[in-house]
Design a protein around this ligand. Structure first.
Ligand code: NMX
Ligand code: MLT
Length: 472
């Protein structure tokens, strides 16, 4: 965040000068916000040369500085703790959780513009923050909402591609098929084929990412309606913001559900670069595959049960507890069910994490939302009980590094409360949200000219002989 401070001060000054036309004491104040202040791409254009110089300086002055030692455990253990990539939009602290461009979730809830006074942040504001490192004004967020709406038309062939799949296909399969079908409109691919120089790669990447983010809610809601509502279609409401409109197109207009969707999309956008979906998007993008190809690859990673599919698994697991024990489940029955799950060789979904070592702040803010809006919901009460029951059991197992709940332990019961009860659909919601983080970083990847990602792999034989020689 520090590197953007100079620019942030300038931008704050500008935004103070740039209040919307308002009537104050009978005087009408003039609209002073310039078109480029409201245009995200112009803002990026200003930031990119500075960040390119910064990267150049970092490489030339500190390129040979060591960042740690690679151990055999790291190579065999899924590269945990191995620093291996640059990811500008967010950073994860194992104890504290995620910070988006330096801001924690509670800080984002305080400073990002909202639709409702004192309500949840608008995800468009977070997208602006991820891309620029600056907290946007409400006017900037509104301009971005409108820009996304203007980009949201989905070509008819996309729906035909989805319709070619059996309606029983998993929602993530149908959603990713829609993303692949959107790819035929890639600006990056066209520009690359026409010989665009590397210094300009970021521009069509920006166009693709913004188009992709804008078109995902209609595609995702089409998948939902097709699978669960007999193909009903709900038109977009152009007066609504991104998340509220998405909720509306899914068929949920309760103002509390709109607020939930704003919170949901905001907190699922980004989780630094090493998680399976973000890393996949970045890796595939490093081959100069366009943002649609990169994001479709990311979604395929998100669809795995140890990653994004865990939100589906959590609600199905909670419902299976109730099916077996009845809705008045006691603490002892819950303990027995957790042990039964573990003894059958399964994981307890929604608990544990590859990096976090405390309760995920994304879980905590969803818990806050539930305490405020649905404290009596029986499934929320069961989730609260699991918070007490599961961590001691996972600790007792002796091998689990983080017994605490993650983001997926909570999201399903909130959605279920407002009627979105189809657990198999939940990972699609995660996918729509993640487009903002992966897309933002892809734009910076191209702006900074980051190279093809190609780490070294070795065989067991190589490791054995390396270790033997080292010991000799
Ligand atoms: N239930 C049972 N066993 C677990 C759990 C859990 N919730 N979490 C970790 N373990 C086991 C893990 O399977 C491993 O066992 P083994 O050595 O026999 O293979 C052992 O504990 C050590 O694993 P960790 O180092 O603690 O965790 P790791 O970094 O390998 O994996 C997860 C992280 C997230 C994959 C793991 O905690 C897990 O499977 N959790 C349940 C699934 C889940 O909630 N995933 C969502 C993550 C968040 N997201 O949205 O992506
Ligand atoms: C995520 O949001 O991507 C998950 O918490 C997984 C991770 O960070 O590894």
């Amino acid at each position: 965040m520090a590197f953007f401070r100079g620019l942030t001060a300038v931008s704050r000054l500008r935004s103070r000068m740039a209040q919307e036309a308002t009537t104050l004491g009978g005087v009408r104040w003039l609209q002073m916000q310039s078109a480029s202040d409201l245009d995200l791409k112009s803002q990026l254009q200003e930031l990119i040369p500075e960040q390119q110089d910064r990267l150049k300086k970092l490489k030339s002055e500190h390129g040979k500085v060591q960042l740690g030692n690679i151990t055999v455990d790291m190579v065999l253990g899924g590269m945990r703790g191995m620093i291996g990539m640059l990811w500008e939009t967010s950073l994860l602290d194992p104890e504290e959780g995620i910070r988006f461009r330096g801001l924690s979730i509670p800080e984002c809830q305080k400073v990002l513009p909202t639709a409702v006074k004192g309500g949840e942040p608008l995800p468009e504001g977070l997208l602006w923050l991820l891309l620029t490192g600056k907290v946007p004004t409400k006017e900037q967020v509104d301009a971005l909402s409108k820009e996304l709406l203007a980009r949201s038309t989905v070509p008819a062939h996309v729906y035909k591609a989805i319709d070619a799949l059996p309606v029983t296909a998993h929602p993530m399969t149908q959603f990713t098929t829609g993303v692949m079908a959107l790819q035929v409109e890639s600006e990056f691919q066209k520009a690359y084929d026409n010989g665009l120089p590397k210094s300009k790669f970021w521009e069509p990447t920006y166009e693709d990412c913004l188009n992709l983010i804008a078109r995902l809610p209609p595609v995702a809601s089409y998948v939902y309606q097709r699978i669960f509502k007999g193909g009903k279609s709900i038109e977009a409401d152009n007066s609504l913001d991104y998340a509220a409109n998405f909720s509306h197109m899914l068929g949920f207009d309760d103002p509390k559900m709109l607020e939930l969707m704003r919170l949901y999309v905001t907190i699922h956008t980004d989780h630094e670069g090493g998680n399976v979906s973000a890393h996949t998007g970045h890796l595939v993008g490093s081959a100069l595959s366009d943002p649609y190809l990169s994001f479709a690859a990311a979604l395929n990673g998100l669809a795995g049960p140890l990653h994004g599919l865990a939100n589906q698994e959590v609600l199905l697991w909670i419902k299976s507890v109730i099916e077996e024990t009845g809705s008045d489940v006691t603490t002892d029955q819950l303990k027995d069910y957790v042990w039964k799950t573990l003894k059958s060789g399964k994981v307890v979904p929604g608990f544990g994490h590859g990096v976090l070592r405390k309760t995920d702040p994304r879980y905590s803010c969803q818990r806050e939302f539930a305490l405020k809006h649905l404290p009596e919901d029986p499934l929320f009460q069961l989730v609260s009980k699991l918070y007490e029951v599961v961590p001691p059991i996972l600790t007792e197992l002796g091998k689990v590094k983080n017994p605490w709940p993650n983001v997926d332990a909570h999201s399903g019961v909130l959605l279920n409360h407002f009627g979105l009860s189809e657990a198999r659909y939940y990972t699609v919601l995660f996918g729509v949200s993640r487009s903002m983080g992966i897309g933002s970083q892809l734009i910076w990847d191209r702006a900074l000219g980051l190279p093809l990602e190609r780490p070294k792999s070795v065989t067991m034989e190589w490791l054995e002989s390396y270790c033997k020689n080292k010991a000799a």
